[in-house]
Design a binder for this molecule. Structure first.
Ligand SMILES: NC(=O)c1ccc[n+]([C@@H]2O[C@H](COP(=O)([O-])OP(=O)(O)OC[C@H]3O[C@@H](n4cnc5c(N)ncnc54)[C@H](OP(=O)(O)O)[C@@H]3O)[C@@H](O)[C@H]2O)c1
Length: 265
């Protein structure tokens, strides 16, 4: 793997510059995505459309598209001279990333109940994103990120880690609630209740946005900030779309429930 990286980059300075440029590209993509999502819903799940290509089975799509977000970082950590993996802040941040993607790529897809097929273009874009972001986050953390002494006791790290953990738990718990709305074989939609769904329609999205915002605060890097902002753009659009969709579909939908931010929005 080191041989592959040294073919791609003539020096460490060049690779670090590339990692920074990748983050800037992701900021740009977040801005483009934000503008696009003013006119269009993210095209999968209940908004899947044949305009985005033939349907791919939901479990297969989620497993294959998310797998690079786990495998690329795993290869980087195991098979490159990852100079910073012996340092505690880097270890903890890499562990947070893996904790999420072990669940998302190896567990979540096999728990899906009656999920709508994913259009092939959405599937392909998600796959490319997972390769891109998996490399960008973990190569930076495992080989380049340098933190001051005692960073793990710095208020930024502690606040970020707590936000990451709360967000992770809200995300996993909310996805669990959604999954259990359907009995095996069912594919329809019901009103979610319990947990953060008592406050917002996009409880799973609120969890994931909080998670990566906390991660970015703890990482203090342009790479993690770009990921957090991209996630917030995609998932806040999805939360707003779901909220409108529920209000239109269910007459008895709780009127006090907000889209994404409890009591506010
Ligand atoms: N980091 C990122 O950029 C990013 C991007 C996308 C997703 N994600 C994460 O991936 C996970 C899944 O995202 P998603 O967009 O697929 O979430 P979603 O639209 O809420 O759907 C999640 C699952 O629950 C089902 N479901 C949703 N609402 C339901 C209801 N009212 N009644 C019965 N079943 C319902 C869906 O079935 P259908 O397929 O039939 O709708 C799907 O299988 C979330 O945790 C999200 O945070 C992260």
């Amino acid at each position: 793997m080191d041989a592959l990286l040294s073919r791609l980059f003539s020096s460490e300075e060049q690779e670090l510059l590339t990692l920074d440029r990748m983050a800037h590209i992701l900021f740009f993509m977040a801005a483009c995505t934000f503008l696009t999502l003013l006119f269009e819903n993210v095209p999968y799940g209940r908004y899947a459309s044949s305009r985005y290509g033939f349907p791919v089975d939901a479990r297969f799509a989620w497993f294959v598209q998310e797998l690079p977000a786990f495998l690329v970082p795993l290869c980087l950590v195991l098979w490159t001279s990852s100079a910073k993996t012996s340092l505690l802040p880097n270890q903890l941040l890499i562990a947070m990333y893996f904790c999420h993607y072990v669940q998302r790529s190896l567990i979540y897809p096999f728990l899906i109940r009656g999920g709508k097929a994913t259009p092939v273009i959405s599937f392909a874009l998600a796959f490319v994103f997972c390769v891109f972001n998996g490399y960008m986050q973990i190569r930076y953390l495992s080989h380049y990120a340098e933190y001051p002494a005692h960073w793990v006791t710095h208020p930024c790290f502690i606040t970020g880690a707590v936000l990451w953990l709360v967000g992770y738990l809200v995300n996993v718990h909310s996805d669990h609630i959604l999954r259990n709305l359907r009995k095996p074989g069912e594919t329809g939609y019901k009103i979610p209740t319990g947990g953060m769904f008592e406050y917002v329609s996009g409880a799973n999205f609120l969890g994931e946005i909080t998670e990566w915002a906390g991660f970015a605060l703890a990482c203090h890097s342009v790479q993690s900030a770009a990921f957090a902002i991209f996630t917030a753009v995609v998932l806040s659009s999805r939360a707003v779309a779901h909220h409108k969709w529920y209000l239109a579909k269910f007459e008895d939908y709780p009127k006090s429930r907000k889209a994404l931010i409890p009591f506010l929005f």
